[in-house]
Design a binder for this molecule. Structure first.
Ligand SMILES: NC(=O)C1=CN([C@@H]2O[C@H](COP(=O)(O)OP(=O)(O)OC[C@H]3O[C@@H](n4cnc5c(N)ncnc54)[C@H](O)[C@@H]3O)[C@@H](O)[C@H]2O)C=CC1
Ligand SMILES: CC(C)CC(=O)C(=O)O
Ligand SMILES: [Mg+2]
Length: 356
């Protein structure tokens, strides 16, 4: 089984190295091949998603991805910026379903900024559509404003759009995920304002007819943001569009103690996937050896479960993560008094040691 390892920028290489260490001691005959991506891809080959990297990702059984983004490249034309690498991979590999499980490990109840009673026992799944919406819609750009009080000035514009088939396929993923959990699905939209999301809601209601055992509710995204911090445990599965899912999942990350705890799987129709932490390249802490590698290690576990058909190995990794948290080991982002502060590498080593 071939796994493409794409560390990327900032803390990407530091956290991916820990997940690779874990994969290497599982006793599986994985073939790991590393390639540059993002700013590192641009530096090596003049493009954030070099041809060789894309070919490797396409040929592999699964992709383990760190993060991309480096402020030194922010003034490049957009098509050459690091973030285009992850957007390009999602689009070119057809990874339309992004699963972001927000689980609070009991030991981290005090690490969340929310009261322990609000978050303890939290186990929700955010399903974000990943290849459509305003992140990919055309046309977009900067043009001369055609009308209104600012006519003649420059204006920036993007296009929000969803095709029926795009909504149907993510809705099926969400209803099927809910069937395997508590059978409750919240579809998050902005149907009160946006045509795209009234259409989204209508299609989700139609797909629901095939899943009568799942309770469906609809919620506007602004209310959903509020409910996520007011009473997050009321949710089971949330399904939403690309941009709302991007924003809500960062908010949900803090329910788990830190964004360094939130893994993700990005899947195509056949469960081939790319696995990455939900956070970015964290340039503010890159190179300091303090980033939390657990979201990446947990993403590797999701890879074993969803794409490589090794659920028992995924369980081993998840149990090892629970064990190191029970031992009181914490990176700076989840540190609290009475626990032991460790760096990125120490945390990775502890997970390796805790594997049974
Ligand atoms: N999938 C990807 O590759 C993503 C890339 N980005 C890119 O990352 C760069 C930085 O973006 P930001 O908005 O700052 O988001 P970010 O997620 O990189 O960082 C936000 C905050 O969370 C902290 N943080 C993130 N991951 C952490 C970890 N594992 N351990 C401890 N603390 C952690 C950072 O130090 C920072 O204070 C940008 O270039 C952005 O475009 C952002 C999100 C996703
Ligand atoms: C480059 C961004 C679209 C990535 C991001 O923020 C995410 O996927 O969460
Ligand atoms: Mg994001």
């Amino acid at each position: 089984m071939k796994i493409a390892i794409l560390p990327g920028d900032g803390i990407g290489p530091e956290i991916v190295a820990q997940a690779v260490k874990v994969l290497n001691v599982l006793g599986e005959p994985f073939e790991l091949e590393t390639a540059p991506v993002g700013g590192a891809g641009y530096a090596a080959h003049g493009h954030p998603l070099p041809e060789g990297t894309l070919a490797l990702a396409k040929a592999a059984d699964a992709v383990l991805f760190g993060a991309v983004g480096d402020y030194q490249y922010d003034n490049l034309e957009r098509s050459l910026r690091p973030e285009q690498a992850i957007l390009g991979l999602r689009k070119q590999l057809g990874l339309f379903a992004n699963l972001r499980p927000a689980i609070l490990y009991p030991e981290l109840a005090g690490a969340s900024t929310l009261k322990p009673e609000v978050v303890s026992g939290l186990d929700i799944l955010i399903i974000r559509e990943l290849t459509g919406d305003i992140y990919f819609g055309q046309p977009r750009g900067v043009r001369e404003c055609p009308d209104g009080p600012f006519k003649g000035q420059r204006e920036g514009y993007d296009t929000m759009r969803y095709a029926e088939g795009e909504i149907r396929r993510i809705a099926h993923v969400a209803f099927q995920a809910a069937q395997k959990r508590d059978k409750r699905l919240t579809s998050v939209d902005k149907a009160n304002v946006l045509e795209t999301f009234q259409f989204w809601k209508d299609i989700v209601i139609d797909v629901h007819k095939e899943y009568p055992d799942v309770a469906l509710e609809h919620m506007y995204v602004d209310n959903a943001a509020m409910q996520l911090v007011r009473a997050p445990k009321k949710f089971d599965v949330i399904v939403t569009g690309n941009m709302f899912g991007d924003i809500l999942s960062d908010a949900a990350a803090m329910l788990t103690g830190s964004i360094g705890m939130l893994p993700s799987a990005s899947l195509d129709a056949s469960n081939k996937g790319l696995y990455e932490p939900s956070h970015g390249s964290a340039p503010d802490i890159a190179g300091k050896g303090i980033a939390n590698p657990l979201a990446t290690i947990l993403s590797a576990a999701m890879m074993l479960r969803f794409s490589l058909n090794k659920p028992e190995q995924a369980d081993r990794i998840e149990n090892a993560v629970k064990a190191v948290l029970a031992q009181g080991l914490r990176t700076a982002d989840i540190y609290e008094a009475g626990t032991t502060k460790v760096g990125t590498e120490e945390m990775g080593n502890a997970v390796v040691k805790a594997l049974v």
